[in-house]
Design a protein around this ligand. Sequence first.
Ligand code: C2O
Ligand code: CU
Length: 504
Amino acid sequence: MSIPRARRLGRVTAVVVALVVAGLAAWGARAWHGSRLPSTYDVMELGVADYGGGAPAPHRAPLAGHSPGGADRALSVAHLKGPRGGEPDFRTTLTARRATVPLPSGKALDAWTYNGRVPGPELRVRQGDLVEVTLLNADIEEGVTIHWHGVDVPNAEDGVAGVTQDAVLPGRRYTYRFRVEQAGTFWYHSHQASSKQVRRGLYGAFVILPRRPPPRRARELAVVAHTFSGARTLGSSDGIARRAIPAGTPVRLRVINSDSLSRQFALSGTPFRVLAIDGTDLNEPTLLERETLELAGGGRYDLGFTMPRATAQLHWLGTGAALALSPDGKGVLPEPAAAAEFDPSRYGSPREKPFDLTSDFDRSFVVDIDKRFGFLDGKFGRHWTVNGKLLPHLPTQVVSEGDLVKMTFVNRTEEDHPMHLHGHHMLVLSRNGEPVAGTPWWSDTLNVRPGERYEVAFRADNPGVWMDHCHNLEHAAEGLVLHLAYEGVATPFRVGGGARNHPE
Ligand code: C2O
Ligand code: CU
């Protein structure tokens, strides 16, 4: 007899196991290696071009970085600036620096600020103004920028480190110039290491008043909700802030969520209307009584009401932060009981829209967000994916100027994803297959909740290389970042490298 059967079988098994292990190791090594991000890169080289069913223009480099010689025929984003000449209608300087900021509760924040305050100064300009803001960096070691969240500025003014400019290092300056054609509630924040810098305080409100001024009696208030390591603040207050406003005064209260997570608010003591979402007025908003309002991370709602004789109060639900308005500046209301949630998809009345679900789209993109096991920059774990792919293989959406673009966002994960497209406003067409029924609803930061599917559309009318990312900035830092690229446009800036650009 030769080798007993059992021993033979044992050997075969061992060989098979060894082969499988070796195969897995080889696969793992390749996957690990393929997932490594270069220490410096052009965002246009990183993504995988997605033409959304449109053809790449044959006469141009589709993505400048992809084809040799493409870059010199391409237009540099650095040239896509706002007006260089002309006296600005609004001019200011913002200095980024570290500061200790006291809160009314007695707590002190160890903050990174614009001009030593959190929020940074509220910038108030008028529609049509030429705005000039000079950013100085006093002492933020890793550099800073200013991004004008929701303002559809020319690409070179967009303030994204490594995409539209280099981070502004200590002792350096950068001047932003653009004309504002929108009117509404926006905000500004650093887009260098934004997940950390915004959290630490580099943000502020940016209000564009309409060309036609509101009645003189009207009051305008902007309030930013922000969390500093546990301290909940509305504006610069971490408790109940009070303001005296005479009864009968028309009030526009602009609520901005600068946190990464969705936040819930309620306005009690008065009926109110939601006048605008993400800096765009709604059509014929009706009176609401008790609805609670959920703001996406980075989102804004403008609330309108007439000052009652008693107190009207904005509550940041579940926190001790509130803004109490009353004719005598006194009085506080208890936090209201839970109520139905405001739904923008069936509010106000319809009005003619420039496009809808039946339009003929030049490009259609799907952004299907999931979480899967794999390697991300050499680390194995469950990471965000788009259309099944992990960074650096996420799609870059390529469009041509003038295209009508449809985008479908699908969230297969268990967390909210407030999707923020730079440089454009998206018209929301449908949610979970249901067409939007009321007012036209334009958004720049659309919260896509677990299990939800949204169809949105926009006109590609602002050439450049634009970020399109989740505004839960931790998610963005974990790789949930896409880019919208116009054909024939390239960026000379790089992430990483000597300029130390890290937009997320
Ligand atoms: Cu509010 Cu990409 O930013
Ligand atoms: Cu997200």
